[in-house]
Design a protein around this ligand. Structure first.
Ligand code: NAG
Ligand code: NAG
Ligand code: NAG
Ligand code: NAG
Ligand code: NAG
Ligand code: NAG
Ligand code: NAG
Ligand code: NAG
Ligand code: NAG
Ligand code: NAG
Length: 509
């Protein structure tokens, strides 16, 4: 009878052990293989078939421990309890099996003071399998898992069937593998990284890369610390799509120099649903190269304060003639870098405007009595605000012949030319008009011949053909073009908070 009980006990024991080792003998054989291979201090060998509250008491007090650490369903320890015994540990020669355990994390591996935590597992491996409650990865800066150089004794690194574990970060980067055979499958998230395709699960694989050949696609990313892996990238070929992340800006692309977007009419640069994103902040923006061609961007549903600086607008969006599907942005209060010979002026009135402004900040209004001052506009290249010419006696408006770029983030029509009974022509070489909401251009109650100079088409006289924006780009309305519109008094109101500044500074070489 006692023999039977013993047999049953043996069988039970045998059955549960089989999930890791088929017998104690197998375990000892495996451990012998590990220790025979290397010089070792016998005091630093952990020779126990399982790690539990009893066996852990004999865990060696060594920096390098020779062991196959088995944590399974019979391990009655939590990660933090294990950690206390592992405080001195820096290297494990041998391996680790965490199988069918109740562990919720692997944070028991200590963080060494000076270097990476290392597994030398050429004669064994690291197996993390069937742990139903395991959620976090190693909470360590880096784990180094090394096999044998000759390739015959590659370490196995298998992370399998942990339904709550995001194992994406185990594939490489944080986990440095040399001569290991990696298998990461059946977890909440796996490596799933195809070479060259940047996704949130395999950012670490790009730590050394300078070139992204298939664009940059981050469609969910909570751990923005991972973005540091992209800091060496200097060239991207393909579209950029950053959605549903916590990224605050694009400053993580620290080395970006060249972006070669696909030649498509659809969006090639999408920033969407990034609720913490307040800035664009692509570094060194004036030296980023983009080949000629159509470039449609979409900035949608970002932080309500998301803003673009004047420097970014001039040195990137205008320079590369970028157009937008949506631009949920404002103009930043800061201008960006001040380093050139362009003079920026805050607009209050034509009367108060200095001569020689190159950049006007604020809604530019030319009104009754301003006729003599319009020469002040002769060298305006950039307008950050709307343009209104109304109630003047002007016959021809030629002083905006350098105004090629307008960015306006307000709600009113971007341009209004109305109630100028003598005005027959407006000369303006508009190239790039960026607006947040309203692309209306109103022509109304001007001289009846105002469309003669443009051949009957509602618009501006170009300085040269190349300068005319596509007709579809702006929405020309008003009585001179067709149906009359009601011109709202509210849009006369000074609607910028940005005009507070009066700046006459030197910027943008
Ligand atoms: C993990 O679970 C699967 C399916 O339940 C089983 O086939 C496998 O043997 C288990 N592996 C270990 C090491 O327990
Ligand atoms: C581990 O313990 C077993 C049983 O006591 C023994 O046979 C084996 O030699 C030991 N292995 C090592 C490496 O100490
Ligand atoms: C593991 O968790 C289950 C369910 O919470 C519990 O019944 C079991 O006793 C735990 N096992 C150990 C070894 O702590
Ligand atoms: C990531 O893994 C791939 C394939 O497993 C390997 O070629 C690449 O060198 C690894 N990258 C890093 C940074 O370890
Ligand atoms: C990101 O975090 C939020 C809340 O912290 C959570 O609801 C969401 O599921 C997480 N997303 C991912 C992809 O981990
Ligand atoms: C910015 O780009 C210029 C021109 O390529 C380069 O000389 C400069 O070092 C870059 N600055 C930074 C901060 O990367
Ligand atoms: C600019 O400053 C004003 C007043 O300080 C503030 O109300 C506004 O939100 C700021 N705009 C941006 C884009 O930060
Ligand atoms: C640019 O110059 C203006 C006015 O001199 C100043 O307020 C602003 O802080 C400067 N910006 C930078 C980025 O230096
Ligand atoms: C505009 O053109 C029409 C027809 O070509 C002509 O009748 C009219 O006099 C012109 N108006 C002006 C102001 O040149
Ligand atoms: C004027 O306001 C009305 C009603 O608010 C609106 O329907 C109309 O489009 C506005 N007109 C212009 C030119 O903004």
């Amino acid at each position: 009878m006692t023999a039977l009980i013993h047999t049953l006990l043996f069988l039970c024991f045998h059955v549960f052990v089989s999930s890791t080792f088929s017998s104690d003998a197998d375990f000892y054989a495996a451990l012998n293989k590990v220790v025979d291979w290397v010089q070792h201090d016998p005091k630093c060998v952990f020779n126990k078939t399982i790690l539990d509250s009893e066996t852990i008491k004999s865990f060696p007090d060594c920096e390098t421990v020779f062991a196959i650490i088995v944590i399974n369903e019979n391990t009655d320890l939590t990660s933090s309890q294990i950690k206390k015994y592992f405080s001195k540990l820096v290297w494990i020669t041998g391996g680790l099996r965490v199988e069918n355990s109740n562990l919720t994390d692997l944070a028991f591996l200590p963080k060494p003071e000076k270097f990476t935590f290392c597994f030398y597992c050429e004669n064994y491996g690291v197996y993390i399998r069937n742990n139903s409650n395991l959620v976090a990865g190693f909470k360590l800066p880096a784990v180094y898992i090394s096999g044998n150089e000759d390739g015959k004794k590659n370490c196995r690194f298998e992370v399998e069937n942990n339904p709550k574990l995001n194992a994406g970060m185990m594939c490489n980067g944080t986990y440095l593998h040399t001569d290991t055979d990696i298998k990461v499958v059946g977890n909440l998230k796996n490596c799933g990284c195809t070479p060259d395709v940047v996704t949130e699960n395999c950012l670490s694989e790009f730590a050394e890369k300078t070139y992204l050949a298939k664009g940059l696609h981050l469609t969910k990313l909570n751990d923005t610390n991972q973005l540091i892996y992209l800091s060496n990238v200097n060239q991207i070929t393909g579209a950029i799509d950053i959605q549903n992340t916590n990224a605050r800006d694009l400053s993580f692309l620290k080395s970006i120099k060249n972006i070669d977007f696909p030649s498509v009419s659809s969006v090639v640069f999408n920033l969407q649903n990034n609720p913490e994103m307040t800035r664009f902040a692509l570094p060194n923006i004036s030296s980023i190269n983009i080949p000629e061609g159509t470039k449609l961007f979409n900035f949608e549903n970002l932080h309500p304060d998301f803003c673009l600086t004047i420097e970014e607008l001039i040195q990137f969006f205008f320079r590369h003639k970028i157009s937008f599907q949506n631009i949920h942005a404002k103009l930043c209060n800061e201008t960006g870098k001040n380093s050139s010979d362009l003079m920026m002026c805050g607009f209050e009135s034509m009367n108060k405007l200095p001569n020689n402004c190159n950049i006007i900040l604020g809604d530019l209004r030319v009104e009754a009595g301003d006729e003599m001052d319009i020469v002040k506009l002769d060298s305006v290249y950039y307008l950050f605000g709307s343009l209104t010419i109304r109630n003047t006696k002007l016959e021809k408006m030629e002083n905006l012949q350098n105004l090629a770029n307008v960015a306006y983030f307000g709600i009113h029509p971007v341009i209004q030319i109305h109630s100028n009974p003598n005005l027959k022509e407006v000369v303006m070489p508009l190239q790039s008009v960026i607006t947040r909401d309203n692309r209306d251009v109103i022509f109304q109650d001007n001289h009846p011949g105002i469309l003669n100079s443009t051949g009957g088409v509602c618009g501006f006289t170009a300085v040269s053909d190349a300068h005319l924006p596509k007709k579809s780009d702006l929405n020309f309305i008003g009585g001179d073009c067709g149906e009359r519109v009601e011109i709202n008094r509210s849009s006369y109101k000074l609607d910028t908070i940005t005009i507070l500044v009066f700046l006459s500074i030197v910027m943008f070489v």
